[in-house]
Design a protein around this ligand. Sequence first.
Ligand SMILES: *[C@@H]1O[C@H](CO)[C@@H](O)[C@H](O)[C@H]1NC(C)=O
Ligand SMILES: *[C@@H]1O[C@H](CO)[C@@H](O)[C@H](O)[C@H]1NC(C)=O
Length: 765
Amino acid sequence: MGILMWLVFSALTQTLATFETEHSQKDASFTQNTVLHRHKREWEWNSIFVHEEQKIDHPVKIGKLKSTKATKNSIFVIDGIGANTTFVVDSHGDVFVKKTLDREKQSIYNLTAKVIDSQTKQLLEAEEKFYIKVMDINDNVPTFTHSQYNGSVPERSNGGTSVLKVTATDLDDPTTEYGKVVYDLLEGKESFNINTETGLITTKTLHDFTINLDREKKDTYKLIVQAKDTPSFKTGGTSTVTVIVTLEDINDNLATFTQGNYNFDVKESESIGFIIGRMKTEDKDELQNKNPIFTIKNPDDGSIFNVKQDFQKFGVITLLKALDFETIQKYEFDVEIDEATSMPADNEKELKNSKAHVTIKVLDVNEPPVFKQPSYNFTIEENVNIGTSIGSVSAHDPDKAKNTIRYSINEDSPLRIDPTSGTLYTAKELDREMNHLYAIPVTAAETDHEGLKSQVIVNLKVSDVNDNDPELGEPYSVFVCENDGPGTVIQRIYAADKDEITPGSKASFALASPNANFSLVDNHDGSANISVKQGGFTFEDTKEYIINIVISDNGQPSRSSTILLPISVCKCEENRINYHCMKPYAQTGVSVHAVTAILLCILTILVIVILIVMRKRYRKDTLATLGKSSGEIHEQLVTYDEEGGGEMDTNGYDVTVLNSARNNSIMPGPCLYATVQKPAGKADMGIMIEVKKDEADHDRDAIPYDTLHIYGYEGPESLAGSLSSLETSSSDSNLDYDFLNDWGPRFKTLAELYGVDASEDDYEY
Ligand SMILES: *[C@@H]1O[C@H](CO)[C@@H](O)[C@H](O)[C@H]1NC(C)=O
Ligand SMILES: *[C@@H]1O[C@H](CO)[C@@H](O)[C@H](O)[C@H]1NC(C)=O
């Protein structure tokens, strides 16, 4: 009320002011209430006002400059922006406006005034500032900041909920009515309010809120807002704007089924999680605000079926449990929908199908055979006779047809099966130590035309029978030290057994025959200690000691084995740490097989060497027989005291070997070839033979059969000189092959090859 009073008062004042100004303009007299009384200076004038937007045909007087110093000869001069163009002054001090003014462009003009003597051009009065104020008229209408406003508010909002604020501005003087703006709703008043001063749009409070702002009835409102200036008057400048208010959805509708009855068929073979069908629902809310909850009732088959929302918020029935046509052919139940709405639902009173009746028919499917058990476990002792029964499996046709079943098993399986009874028999001898667990697939097939099959795994465990002798845990290399005193434990031995070890039954040890030098003490924990009875072993003593041990496994029945354990004598430092044995320690326990193998190896190498030698020999012979004169080129080899070395004898000895033996460089030591120093003198041959014979007879390391004995001696008269196959490449090339030319055209090529020119080339033959 106070504001209104003030508005009226200020409006009145304004009007009065306007009136007075206009009046004073006509009279050109400036009246008392606006006169400025200057005491120090002699200027006297009114503030000058002029209305904007006046039509100016000729200069219009708007005020007068007065000075007490003014004389008849004085003139008035004004200065400043607009002076003498927009505003002019005459000699009497009257001020005129020459142009139409716009307050919205410039609302005040600051000027200065002077009084000058027209003759002396002297200032009669000091320069003084004054202003001309442009008076507003209502020449502008309010303008909205947007051409259209868009707002949204949740549907069903309480009264007073803010939607949005509109704003309009007026270019007219805001201190006057002309520049003030008020708002009003021209359209949309039934649902919305607007604050006339602030422009804030809010929802309206209605007695029956259920009819207000229901998105499902009307989701968009078009509001027209008016802005008007000069609030105190009915008239004034106005403008309007459109405000679009959209309602946001909330969950205020309950879902219902579109049908009262739903019928579905499902095959009994469908797996768990299978979607049996969809129950369509109806809900006016937007998808994200639909939240139907489905419950299975009458009877509660919730353990067999499940109904839940799909992405469309429909009810989807899925299978929770395997179905069996042979047990139940049809299911019937009700499904209820419930939904928690955020307020009493719009459709609460008009619900149709909040419950639906569901019928599910189970369809028969020809199913594969079913085994009585998901898997079978059998145990059988190893070594049982082939054909021993171990148990049986059983399957049946779950369908009405009740087809007979045939069983089968893989060919290479250790079991076979009776095709009709399902009894399993061993098909192989079973050795636990080879394989003690089998997983054998067994197939059952129906005998009808479809022949549906299923498989089951038979787990066969082979149980142990004491069928293995106990052994030593590892190949022990036992040695006794020269300095081992009586009672020294020289080795702890452990037993091993491929059979299952029965708890509590440890292998036991005993001496098979009394031993004068060593004793054996059973530790009763599967191990035994070998110790020295009395010391005094000597390294040089070549006797091999052997201890004869009996190991018993104490199984059912008990098995035992006798083990001969050789013991070497060694030179040891203290604490038996570093030792040196007569027989190489590593050789302990080397078997006859190993020795044979080594010998065979040596023999093979020997044969290869002989073959190479023979090949070279043969080539040389071939070449030699090419010409008669080549008869001179032969080895002057003499062999003595030989019993023949098999093939060795047929071609005599190879010069290569001979030569290498003489050089002592290529062939290894005297074990294969005895080297003989060439004795000096002519009659030395006899001595040399004797020496050689004696050496051969007494050489223990020699291989025990008659073999090569090459004497690096060719006799003092030998012409062969240094002829040797090792040196052929150099010596032979120096030979004269010119005789080949004499042999006729057939040997021409050969003659060319071995001719004088060819002798410089490297060649092989
Ligand atoms: C309101 O929506 C209309 C149409 O989509 C658009 O032209 C206008 O600019 C929007 N107004 C505001 C203030 O965003
Ligand atoms: C080992 O026993 C034999 C037979 O009793 C005996 O002659 C020999 O001296 C013993 N050797 C040692 C080193 O005790």
